[in-house]
Design a protein around this ligand. Structure first.
Ligand SMILES: Nc1nc2c(c(=O)[nH]1)N[C@H]1C(S)=C(S)[C@@H](COP(=O)(O)O)O[C@H]1N2
Ligand SMILES: [Mo]
Length: 388
């Protein structure tokens, strides 16, 4: 970064660091809705023994591996506690590492195109003073499943509405394609996931509260997380959140869907692979829940277990979370949780006495048919465990 960039960067985010620390609930300890009871055990007779690993855990957790488009960091969710629901930057998941052909030595610009009166090049430095605190948001890769491509951080950013305020689109171009830089020298032309571009309506971006993120947990984005600027569309899957944002294009209602959208059509629960962007449904994260660890405890010499998990996504909160320990078992209400937000995850926990040793499949559901939850309905996040 040039000295000027650095200064305006600090000017844009400097005051915010203070704000994030000052008395916002959750900063000092427990984020609202995290199942605060996890920090205490209701019976003094219970002693923690160990965590029992799931048999379906990913084997490459908590380390960066692979390069470019195949670069990943998967968070080990079994380590989540009420105090770590905001993921430290170095443990925030990565899906696609920083392209090696990116040039960060010149001021970053975002090209605005379309048939608008004047095409424009926005210089990021000039936008930075518009950055403001955006709160805590969760990102999930639609291909994550049980694989730890899910994390939450506190962001500052520029509300996308303010960026759009810089240009006057023509009436027949109300759709907006947002793209990130994606040139990797090891690019394989057969690789269909190259070029992260998603097409939104202005209304979708505005109502979701989309923003161009500038800092994560009070620090500039890391290179792998999209430095110097990435899009965050709260409650939409990560594939709709280009990193290294360098282009905004106004397109017509008849615009073709992008390669990237087509690649992610299945994972974002579209009907088939729509040819037109307008036929894509909003790629929002449906209400989701998953067990992240099973703890073994003892009480007066007897063994009992506590299942701990997360609930995230969805458009409204629920108190109807239920859990089942085998295909032929019944769902029972999850004992201990408060679901207070859809913007980030909350922890839940549930005491469990397995009736006999053996393999169990732990599945969550929400007992409310009015809630959209495609992944819970199809059992995407069920976990298996052997109890000896
Ligand atoms: N330019 C660009 N942006 C991108 C991608 C990409 O390949 N290139 N991957 C997307 C996908 S699929 C996800 S899940 C998120 C992941 O963001 P993260 O790596 O910061 O966690 O970035 C999105 N933004
Ligand atoms: Mo993703």
């Amino acid at each position: 970064m040039s000295e000027l960039t650095r200064r305006s960067f600090l000017a844009g985010s400097g005051g915010l660091g203070v704000l994030t620390l000052a008395g916002i609930p959750g900063v000092a300890g427990v984020w609202p809705g995290t199942g605060a009871a996890l920090t205490s055990v209701d019976s003094p007779d219970r002693t923690f023994i160990r965590n029992i690993p799931f048999i379906d855990s990913h084997d490459r957790l908590e380390r960066v591996y692979g390069a470019g488009l195949d670069g990943r960091f998967r968070q080990d969710l079994s380590l989540l506690t009420p105090q770590t629901l905001i993921t430290p930057n170095e443990r925030f998941f990565i899906r696609t590492r920083c392209p090696d052909l990116i040039d960060l030595s010149v001021p970053w610009t975002i090209r605005i195109t379309g048939r608008i009166a004047q095409e424009k090049e926005l210089i990021l430095d000039n936008l930075l003073p518009m950055a403001e605190p955006m709160g805590v948001h969760l990102l999930e890769c639609s291909g994550s499943g049980r694989g730890g491509l899910i994390s939450a951080a506190r962001f500052t950013g520029i509300p996308f509405e303010k960026v759009l305020g810089q240009v006057e689109p023509s009436d027949d171009e109300q759709w907006i394609m947002i793209s990130g830089f994606d040139q990797h020298s090891d690019f394989n032309p057969d690789y269909d996931e190259r070029g992260c571009s998603w097409i939104f309506t202005r209304e979708q971006l505005t109502s979701a509260g989309a923003f161009l993120a500038i800092t994560m947990n009070g620090k500039p984005l890391s290179r792998d997380h999209g430095f110097p600027v990435r899009l965050v569309v709260p409650r939409w899957y990560g594939c709709c959140c280009p990193k290294w944002v360098n282009a905004i294009r106004y397109v017509r209602d008849s615009a073709a869907s992008t390669n990237h959208m087509r690649t992610f059509a299945g994972r974002t629960h579209q009907d088939g692979i729509p040819d037109r962007a307008r036929d894509f449904k909003p790629a929002t994260i449906g209400l989701s829940a998953m067990a992240i660890r099973v703890e073994q405890w003892s009480e007066n010499g007897e063994s009992l277990h506590r299942v701990v998990g997360i609930i995230w996504g969805g458009a409204r909160t629920t108190d109807k979370l239920v859990i089942r320990f085998n295909r032929d078992g019944d769902y029972v209400p999850v004992e201990d949780y408060t679901h207070e937000t859809n913007r980030t995850w909350s922890l839940w926990s549930h005491w469990w006495r397995p009736p006999k040793p053996g393999r169990y499949e732990i599945r969550l559901q929400v007992d409310d048919d009015s809630i959209i939850k495609p992944r819970l309905d199809r059992g995407s996040y069920r976990r298996r465990i052997d109890i000896s």
